[in-house]
Design a protein around this ligand. Sequence first.
Ligand SMILES: *[C@@H]1O[C@H](CO)[C@@H](O)[C@H](O)[C@H]1NC(C)=O
Ligand SMILES: *[C@@H]1O[C@H](CO)[C@@H](O)[C@H](O)[C@H]1NC(C)=O
Ligand SMILES: *[C@@H]1O[C@H](CO)[C@@H](O)[C@H](O)[C@H]1NC(C)=O
Length: 516
Amino acid sequence: MGTNKTLSLSSILLIPVFLAIVSSGLPTISGKGFSIREATVRDLQLAFKHNKLTSRQLVEFYLEEIHRLNPVLHGVIEVNPDALAQADQADQERRTKAPRSLAGLHGIPIVLKDNIATKDKLNTTSGSFALLGSVVPRDAGVVARLRKAGAIILGKTSLSEWSYYRSTSPPYSWSARGDQGKNPYTLGNPCGSSSGSAISVAANMAALSLGSETDASILCPSSKNSVVGIKPTVGLTSRAGVVPISPRQDSIGPICRTVSDAVSVLEAIAGIDIHDNATIEASNYIPKGGYAQFLRIDGLRGKRLGIVRDFYNLLHLSPGSEIASKKTFLQHLNTLRQRGAILVDNLKFGNITELYFTDFGEHVALGAEFKLSLNAYLKELIVSPVRSLEDVIEFNKNNPVLEKIEYGQDLMLQAQATNGIGKAEKAALVNLERLTKNGFVKLMTKNKLDALVTPGDITARILAIGGFPGIIVPAGYSKDGPFGICFGGLKGSEPKLIEIAYGFEQATKIRKPPPF
Ligand SMILES: *[C@@H]1O[C@H](CO)[C@@H](O)[C@H](O)[C@H]1NC(C)=O
Ligand SMILES: *[C@@H]1O[C@H](CO)[C@@H](O)[C@H](O)[C@H]1NC(C)=O
Ligand SMILES: *[C@@H]1O[C@H](CO)[C@@H](O)[C@H](O)[C@H]1NC(C)=O
């Protein structure tokens, strides 16, 4: 969950630390004239190919950056003690031209949100001490695919504890194990819940990252940390082995610095997993020849993009996104038009008031789904200090200092009070379907749209309740920090969204690394 909260005072209190970092200057770490900072997967692959870089140098660079920056940013919870060994193995494979060295992410380090299971020396805890020492049955489905693609698992990233499903009180990006994550641009709110993943790639502490989203948890931190996030169609990527909230809404996706990097990761992780049945049907959405073919410089040409002005007027609901000044967005709309997109403007979105000003049932559904799916996850662990949501609640009560019980656990208590998918939950689910049909589906089909274009992550809840994909791309900077622009589409529309997002990114090239 990642709906916005207001900035905390901590951003002000930490300014001296921030200045100290700025004035210490950036050590220029490079491998034989090649700059790792801001390098894309393609840059890294070329550098490998021309012997300008080894995976060991790459991992050493990131370990050093984590060492230097993480004490302030708290984007990373754990680094993999085997990362250097994996790098050496990748270098060896490249030297001997082993078949594996041709895999898409070979020798490239990636960090994973701490709710994504790895069967290695890393812990998988969703940021909570309650899961420290738990042993997972196997790698998460997406991790198995990343390893197959040759990626180096560099570490686990911080997050809003339990993906912000413990309590509505803590500041974003806080977890007991991960501490308070900081936005590398403002040292304020990085948004959540996949905050550490966004922080890590934004600040060049890793090449790539994975996050997960139930509602806004990829889109919001990507927007706030000036990186690209892809929230795939639910089921396109396996959720097996990921600490869940809702199988109906959860989606695992990349958070990276560029659209092409995010697409490289999506390409690696999308596909069938026998441990997540939703991947079977969703695999029909995967295009022949993969996703990279849609990185087209003229990707905007002929695309029908829907504009609902009401969403631009709702920005005040998402504190910090109002920064996403309307003026900037109006300029972007011009850019989209100039690059050949057809803007279908002044559209109305059905039931928008209900979606933004009433309790329309999402939380009723999520509470029961969280209890059911978390209990199933915990049951499957080989070893675990907790075996049920009830145990987790007890653990928090019994460890009030470690787990900062003053932050509460209201969401967990509400979920624990549910008893399966009952009458209230069924009614809520019917309402979510109705809102999806009357809202997004109607808008998209009636106007034959390829995407809905909106500022920041304002439409995250609409994409969430319908299981729809969205891609967010850096769109600008204001005094309150970075903000993104979001392209949302119907299920399986990733190819078109990639064309549109890449077309926009290449036309604007807005991302700037954080200023230290
Ligand atoms: C995992 O947690 C244990 C404590 O239970 C700790 O000793 C170990 O170092 C952690 N693993 C990593 C890779 O940090
Ligand atoms: C997937 O579906 C099959 C057939 O309906 C079922 O037997 C199996 O238990 C399901 N697997 C999971 C992981 O849900
Ligand atoms: C929701 O939208 C439908 C179709 O557009 C409309 O008939 C209905 O009155 C709306 N309901 C509310 C509560 O706004």
